[in-house]
Design a binder for this molecule. Structure first.
Ligand SMILES: *Cc1c(COP(=O)(O)O)cnc(C)c1O
Length: 476
C-alpha cells in the first residue's frame, strides 16, 4: 500500500485543508444566512445521502463539497442565532479547534501510559470543575462521557455498586430486595433508560410529583420513601434536576440532600443543562446544595458550547468509579503499573475513547473561567429579555425559572389543543427560527430557550414578530 494514497502528499493536503476551511469558514461566519430548519423532503434527503455507491473514489474536493453542502441544506442549524430549540449550542471556536487537533494525534484514552498528557489534562479539568461545584478537590473524581445520558447511567451504576457490592459479581437478580430510585416527574428520560439498561427496569424508577414551578416536592419524596421501605423495597438513590429539560426547573437541592443523608441514599444532581450556572458567582446560588451531592452530570456540549458529544460525570467519592468499572485485562499496557495513576478504561463505561476532554480544556485555556462566566451571563440576559418581550406581547409564561427557558401560550387559546402546535408549525416552516413545544401542567405550550451565545436582542425581536404574525393568521 502506498502510504501517500492515504496520507496524501503535503501539497494535496494543503489544498484540501484550504478548500475545506474556506467552505467551513463560510458556514461559521454566515450561519444566519441559512434557513434555521430545512424543509424535510424525506425522499430528496435520502437520495442525496446515497447518491454515490462507493464503487470508485470520487475527486476529494467533490467529496468535501458534497458533505458540507448536504449538511448545510439538510440540518437544523443549531449554529443559527435564531435556533431557540433544545440545548444544542453553536460550538465555540476553541472547541472546534480541539477536535481537529485530537483527530490528528488520535490519542488512545484507554490506558494512562498511552496518552498520559491527554489523561492528565482531562483529570485537571475534572478536578477544577468539581472544585467549582464545591467538592473537596483531593476526593473529587470524574470521567468525560459522550453525553448526559451516559453520565446519568454512570451515576446509577456507581450508586448500585455503592449500595449493592454483590451487584458487580452476581448481578441484579441476586439482590435480596428490589432497589428503587427517585427522580422528579420532570426528570430527563435518560434516567428511565439508565434504569432499563442496567437491569433495574422501569418500575424501579419512582417519579415524584412536582409543584406548580415543576420542582420536586420533598414531602412527596419522603412519603414515597416511607411507603417503599414499608413494602420491603430498597431505596438507594435520588436524582434531582438542576435545570430540567422542559422548563428549567431546579429541584430544592438542600432539602433533597438532607433527605438523602438521613436515609443514606446516593444523591445525584442532573445538571446536564443548568449545572453550567455555577461559573457565574452572581447566579450560582440558584443551585446551592449541589455541593452536598455524591455525583453530578454536566454537559459541556450544552451551555458551555463545546461540540456535540462532550459531557462530564463528576463524583465526590474518589473510589467509586474504579469500584464500578475496574476489570483487569491482560492485553492492556502496564508501563504505568507502579505509578499512582488511574487508567481511564478502568474508570468509565467506554474503553477506547476519544480525547473529548480537550474540547473543554481548550475552551478553558482560550476563554478562561471569566470567558465562560460572561457567556453564561449574556445568555441569561437574553433569556430575560425574551421573557419580558413575550409578556409584553400578551403571551402567558407557564414556567418559572431564572434560567433562559420560556414555556408560553396565548391565554385565550390555552385549552385549544391545536392552536399552539399550528403556531409551532408555522414558525418551523418559515425557516427563520426554530422553537419547540412542551406541555406544562398538562397544557400545550410553545418553548424557546437560549443556548446560542450569538443570539441577541435582534433575534428575540424577530421571533416576537414571527410569533405575532402566526398568531394573527390563526385568529382570523
Ligand atoms: C440534555 C439532558 C440530558 C441528556 O443529555 P445528552 O447530552 O443529550 O445525552 C439529561 N438530563 C438533562 C436534564 C438534560 O437536559
Amino acid at each position: 500500500m502506498n502510504r501517500d494514497l492515504l496520507d496524501l502528499l503535503p501539497d494535496e493536503r494543503a489544498q484540501l485543508w484550504n478548500f475545506t476551511l474556506q467552505l467551513l469558514e463560510n458556514h461559521y461566519q454566515n450561519s444566519e444566512k441559512n434557513r434555521a430548519s430545512p424543509s424535510l423532503d424525506f425522499r430528496k434527503i435520502k437520495d442525496n445521502a446515497s447518491i454515490y455507491d462507493f464503487s470508485r473514489a470520487i475527486p476529494k474536493t467533490d467529496a468535501v463539497r458534497h458533505v458540507i453542502e448536504s449538511l448545510r441544506q439538510y440540518t437544523v442549524h443549531t449554529t443559527h442565532p435564531s435556533y431557540f430549540g433544545l440545548f444544542n449550542p453553536r460550538p465555540v471556536f476553541p472547541g472546534i479547534l480541539a477536535d481537529v487537533i485530537t483527530a490528528v494525534f488520535n490519542p488512545q484514552m484507554a490506558a494512562w501510559s498511552h496518552a498520559p498528557f491527554a489523561t492528565e489534562a482531562e483529570n485537571h479539568v475534572i478536578r477544577e470543575m468539581a472544585a467549582k461545584f464545591g467538592y473537596h478537590r483531593p476526593q473529587a473524581d470524574g470521567t468525560f462521557c459522550s453525553g448526559g445520558a451516559e453520565a446519568n447511567l454512570t451515576a446509577v451504576l456507581c450508586a448500585l455498586n455503592r449500595y449493592f457490592p454483590d451487584y458487580a459479581t452476581t448481578g441484579i437478580q441476586s439482590l435480596k430486595s428490589h432497589p428503587v430510585l427517585y427522580c422528579s416527574a420532570e426528570a430527563h428520560h435518560s434516567v428511565v433508560r439508565a434504569a432499563r439498561v442496567c437491569g433495574l427496569g422501569l418500575q424501579a424508577v419512582r417519579h415524584i410529583p412536582v409543584d406548580s414551578s415543576q420542582r420536586m416536592i420533598p414531602d412527596r419524596l419522603l412519603a414515597q420513601l416511607k411507603e417503599d421501605l414499608e413494602n420491603g423495597y430498597y431505596p438507594f438513590m435520588v436524582i434531582a434536576n438542576a435545570g430540567s429539560t422542559g422548563t428549567g426547573a431546579i429541584d430544592p437541592l438542600p432539602e433533597i440532600a438532607a433527605i438523602c443523608q438521613h436515609y443514606d441514599l446516593w444523591f445525584h444532581v442532573d445538571g446536564a443543562y443548568g449545572g453550567a450556572i455555577i461559573v457565574d458567582p452572581d447566579q450560582q446560588n440558584l443551585i446551592s446544595g449541589i455541593e452536598k451531592s455524591q455525583s453530578i452530570t454536566l454537559d459541556i456540549h450544552k451551555w458551555f458550547s463545546a461540540p456535540m458529544g462532550t459531557s462530564l460525570f463528576l463524583t465526590s467519592d474518589s473510589a467509586i468509579l474504579s469500584q464500578t468499572f475496574r476489570i483487569t485485562a491482560d492485553y492492556m499496557p502496564k508501563e504505568a503499573h507502579d505509578m499512582e495513576v488511574n487508567d481511564p478504561f478502568a474508570h468509565s463505561i467506554q474503553w477506547s475513547r476519544r480525547f473529548i476532554g480537550l474540547r473543554f480544556y481548550m475552551i478553558l485555556l482560550m476563554l478562561g473561567w471569566d470567558g465562560l462566566r460572561d457567556m453564561v451571563r449574556h445568555i441569561t440576559a437574553i433569556g430575560s429579555y425574551l421573557k419580558e418581550k413575550l409578556k409584553e406581547n400578551g403571551w402567558h409564561l407557564a414556567n418559572e425559572t431564572a434560567l433562559p427557558i420560556a414555556c408560553f401560550h396565548d391565554p385565550d387559546f390555552s385549552t385549544d389543543p391545536l392552536f399552539h402546535s399550528k403556531i409551532h408549525q408555522k414558525i418551523i416552516e418559515s425557516g427563520q427560527a426554530w422553537i419547540s413545544q412542551y406541555s406544562v401542567n398538562g397544557q400545550p405550550n410553545l418553548r424557546a430557550c437560549i443556548t446560542n451565545y450569538a443570539s441577541s436582542r435582534k433575534e428575540i425581536d424577530d421571533l416576537i414578530v414571527l410569533l405575532q404574525q402566526a398568531r394573527n393568521s390563526l385568529k382570523k
